[in-house]
Design a protein around this ligand. Sequence first.
Ligand SMILES: [Fe+2]
Ligand SMILES: [Fe+2]
Length: 142
Amino acid sequence: MAYFEWADDLVIDRGPIDQDHRHLIDLVNELHTATSRGCGHEVVGDILDRLSQYTHEHLRREEQVMASVGFPHLEGHQRGHGKFVADLESLQTKYEHGSITTAAQLSALLRDWLSLHIRRSDRELRNYLEGSVRSARHQAES
Ligand SMILES: [Fe+2]
Ligand SMILES: [Fe+2]
């Protein structure tokens, strides 16, 4: 069983957002495998760089999607993303200064944050999109 498994309740848009989340989950698993196998600083550092770069890209993409559909909780959602990026960056800096245990902490932080954030916060986007489809259908029928 993977360290972080994709599950049906993580589905948000059956599109680009899900693809991003799946890729992030793969990267978290890659990080976990590398740290548990005791891979060196260079290997782990490389995964961390890809992970943090992809996280930035994903958060930006997700916020763009939210803005384009008029998602009403965008500001609060952005604040959540901002706080997460700050935590991620401070752990990444700690890792760069030499601690391998920090990398293990990072895979746990990423897994917990992602699974909770997707299930609670990104989920609001799914509910919003489903609501929009319902009201468009309702209008078309009336
Ligand atoms: Fe997301
Ligand atoms: Fe999000």
